[in-house]
Design a protein around this ligand. Structure first.
Ligand SMILES: Nc1ncnc2c1ncn2[C@@H]1O[C@H](COP(=O)(O)OP(=O)(O)O)[C@@H](O)[C@H]1O
Ligand SMILES: [Mg+2]
Length: 253
């Protein structure tokens, strides 16, 4: 642990996001529009999906870091996130979820973790993530193919990764999201609002400060206090933002 005075307060409890070492790339992930995501294995044999800053820029790493930390606290099911490498090799790691399918409309009524699935929409509203197409939702069969667990991945394109724009945004939600079709929105409402209430509680806490400080440090971004303020304002208004965002989504076929 760092002696007092030599590090930020964020280090007092260790890192919120794990740093992983000895990561070796395997084959590329075969998905359209991919930001060069590759499968990778770390020194202890854990499998990850890796996205390098060299290909993505730093903004997605900031967005993924904040999205994962906040998402976890508001009840979103997402693979464990981690960081590896430095410089251009700095990478976001998403713990590999085996046997995953992408979202399809005919699976809508087989999703078991509907509240966690709803929480994902609250996260999108908060982070201003318009990139929730079918390939950014994983569905994993559990105990037979009629039981599916929905996982949120890839909040890399959320506006929160562009602090200046996010700060200027104030409130408001994506109006034309690239959203997966036929989401069971009626069923997802409860979880979305429960997550919004959790988010409101997290606003202006030392926990949120720690998340923002750490995520900004990872990408050497200097606007942490302003970003914290902007995020807190949105999180305090989370219920309204979720209401607004559900209306947008309901307008989609
Ligand atoms: N943790 C994961 N487990 C399993 N598959 C994943 C995971 N993360 C990503 N993928 C797969 O890799 C694809 C690309 O990853 P994603 O994070 O969406 O990056 P991109 O920015 O390239 O869209 C996803 O659509 C999904 O098929
Ligand atoms: Mg994606």
């Amino acid at each position: 642990m760092t002696p007092s005075g030599t590090g930020g307060g964020g280090h007092l409890f260790g890192n919120a996001i794990e740093r992983v070492s000895a990561v070796v790339d395997a084959r590329a992930v075969e998905v359209d529009h991919s930001s060069e995501a590759v499968f990778a294995v770390d020194g202890s044999g854990r499998k990850w999906v890796r996205k390098k800053m060299l290909y993505t820029g730093w903004q997605p790493i900031l967005a993924e870091s904040l999205g994962w930390l906040i998402g976890r606290d508001i009840g979103v099911r997402a693979p464990v996130g981690a960081i590896c490498g430095s410089g251009d090799e700095l990478s976001w790691l998403s713990s590999y979820v085996p046997n995953a399918l992408h979202w399809q409309r005919n699976y809508a009524h087989f999703v078991q973790n509907i509240d966690e699935f709803g929480a994902m929409l609250a996260l999108d509203a908060l982070l201003y993530n318009a990139d929730r197409h079918a390939k950014n939702i994983l569905l994993v069969p559990e105990q037979g193919e009629e039981n599916l667990i929905a996982w949120s991945i890839d909040v890399g394109n959320a506006l929160v990764g562009h602090p200046q724009d996010f700060i200027a945004l104030d409130l408001g939600v994506p109006k034309k999201p690239n959203s997966a079709r036929a989401l069971p929105l009626e069923l997802m409402r409860v979880g979305a609002f429960a997550a919004a209430k959790q988010a409101a509680k997290l606003a202006r806490t030392s926990t949120l400060e720690r998340y923002v400080t750490e995520a900004c440090e990872i990408v050497s971004e200097g606007t942490a206090p302003l970003l914290l303020e902007a995020l807190s304002r949105r999180m305090e208004s989370a219920v309204d933002l979720v209401e607004e965002y559900l209306k947008v989504l309901e307008g989609f076929p």
